[in-house]
Design a binder for this molecule. Sequence first.
Ligand code: SAH
Length: 268
Amino acid sequence: MSDVPRSHGRKSIRPSLRPRDLMADEVLAAAWQARIVTLLPDAFPGILGQSLSGTALRNGIWSLEVTDLRSFGLTRHRNVDDTPAGGGAGLVLRPDVVGPALEAARGAGPMLYPSPRGRRFDQTMARDLARGPGATFLCGRFEGLDERVIEHFGLLEVSLGDFVLTGGELAAQAMLDATIRLLPGVLGNAASTEEESFSHGLLEHPQYTKPAEWAGRGIPEVLTSGHHGHVAAWRRAEAERLTRERRPDLWAAYEARRSPLDRGADSQ
Ligand code: SAH
């Protein structure tokens, strides 16, 4: 593999990261490329090194390069942060530290900054990311990041939800997990991403497995009928019921997309 061209030129000056055996020494052209800038390089691959995403990493379906923000720190203390301009609590990551780190780390695909101020991450974004060549994640810490870095690099702020984490690492891993499982060859059964929640704008129907009776509860009869058409209709109806009950926002969008003809058929 030594004659495979590297996708970019500055690899040799990058801090190397553990666990080494999980990192791609050579970034294969075909691999979806995840790049992370973080103060906690040991947090990667973390959960992404396990199970399906871990196997996919070892199989070269995606690659991971982690850049240790600390190694770009200033002075011999490797300072990365300072007090907020204008006063107030906490510390802000310095642009003259994060900037060079992002320059060194950036690669194919968008540059994302996990942030509670961002657009809410969703399945559509995961699909868009999975279709591209990769992404670079800048993991914030402390009070966050000097705004000038966001502007300079055109970072896309993406939120995991309306709550505040201590850092962007878990958010980046969650977003990567959702993306990686959509890459071809990661899930054994590709059909499972077509039926699951959000794929048709609906939440998933209830699932059952063996035994047929548990704790006095059976399985809906239709599921054991062997009639595929009835099973499909039941699942669809349940998915619609759950979405209507739990997620009025998704339901409204789903209804708006359905043709008037479909809606007319329902009310008969
Ligand atoms: N002071 C900031 C929060 C900083 S939390 C604010 O009020 O907006 C520290 C870091 O954690 C952030 O820089 C971001 O990278 C990450 N983070 C926190 N909450 C997040 C969320 N809901 N989604 C994505 N990233 C988040």
